[in-house]
Design a protein around this ligand. Sequence first.
Ligand SMILES: *[C@@H]1O[C@H](CO)[C@@H](O)[C@H](O)[C@H]1NC(C)=O
Ligand SMILES: *[C@@H]1O[C@H](CO)[C@@H](O)[C@H](O)[C@H]1NC(C)=O
Ligand SMILES: *[C@@H]1O[C@H](CO)[C@@H](O)[C@H](O)[C@H]1NC(C)=O
Length: 407
Amino acid sequence: MWFFLDIFLSVFLFVYCFLHHSEFFSPFLPHTDEDPLQPVTSDETVPVGGTVTLTCRVAESDNSSLQWSNTAQQTLYFGGKRALRDNRIQLYRSLPTELSITIADVQLSDEGEYTCSIFTMPVRTARATVTVLGVPSKPQISGSEDAVMEGETVTLTCTSTGSKPPAKIQWYKGAEELTGEGCRQYVNPLPDGLTYNVSSTLSLTVSSNDDNVPITCAVNHPSLALGDKRSEQALRVLYSPIIQIQPEKGLPREGGKFSLQCLTNGNPEPANYIWERRDGDLPLLAKPDGAVLYFSMLNKSDNGVYVCHADNGIGKSSGEYTLQVQDPTAMSTSSGVDHAVIGGVVAVIVFILLCLLIVFGRYLIRHKGTYLTHEAKGSDDAPDADTAIINAEGGHSGADDKKEYFI
Ligand SMILES: *[C@@H]1O[C@H](CO)[C@@H](O)[C@H](O)[C@H]1NC(C)=O
Ligand SMILES: *[C@@H]1O[C@H](CO)[C@@H](O)[C@H](O)[C@H]1NC(C)=O
Ligand SMILES: *[C@@H]1O[C@H](CO)[C@@H](O)[C@H](O)[C@H]1NC(C)=O
């Protein structure tokens, strides 16, 4: 029973202290009262090789001297006076209320706590922590020197050294970031004990579409203000040919020339092509020349399915084309130019018919009396009403012509 009460009390006390920790621990925390003579500094972060400015300010001055000292408690500047011979360290500003210094070409060994003191009674101090970032080297990609077969898995390794804290490596295929299972990052401390060797492996199963696609390794790090550092390497994938047969433009007309081209996409490009005609030999006037099959004179008997086979050493593929030889007079309907020509001819015919109709209409009004007899005359040997009208019109004027030409 007492045991449980003990536990309850301990838990209560712990929770109480936790919730009111600031008041509870206040005697142990630094004073936050406004003391106008208390120097104020700020922590700084700087990449290796960079320049850092350390600023120490007091709200009011009693003309006591300000002083900066380094991580080894050596005085750097006392007021405006240099105390340590190091050309990297320069005075930036010295006022009764401020002492600022710069440290150029910062090294990893410059990291640590710097102290600003003001020689009041008693001496007041403030500390500034300088964090030095190790700058990662440009990443190096290895492992994709040789071309790989489609369907195989390629493993690439990207390494960057010298980062502190460890850098982050990202992989991209084209513009797409690759994440997940295939990517593994390893972090190893370097012998200097301060910086890291970061490497990442990428396992990727490649397809024919990946041939010549760039793989990018990007190193991200807070020290890289201008963006990440990258390296790129193109994948090389070997794959069987993919075949498409492209016929020559225009219709294959009997008696005319024609050609078929075997378009292949493969790595490497196929060196040899074989043309065949399904169910039979190639026609005598069809001559294969590498990727092209030439027909010097088409004949309807050439109709059939033509097959192109290609082998690039990785694999074999074939493509087919069904040839259908047209009449020598066949009009192509697939081309836009032909549509325009047909449209133009139709428009001219319609225009002529309209003109004839107007002329005939005027004629009709003037010769109303004779129309019936003329129409009857025209309709005798006309197959339809339109022809009858034209015949009737022509018949009238044609009567005199006949006299002129045939008598
Ligand atoms: C600080 O020094 C300046 C001149 O050197 C003097 O005018 C000023 O009164 C001094 N201030 C204090 C608080 O001693
Ligand atoms: C960094 O790590 C990679 C892979 O673990 C290794 O091949 C390389 O030699 C290392 N580089 C240095 C400088 O330690
Ligand atoms: C097509 O071939 C047949 C026999 O193979 C021949 O009789 C005919 O004249 C040929 N046509 C043309 C347009 O060459």
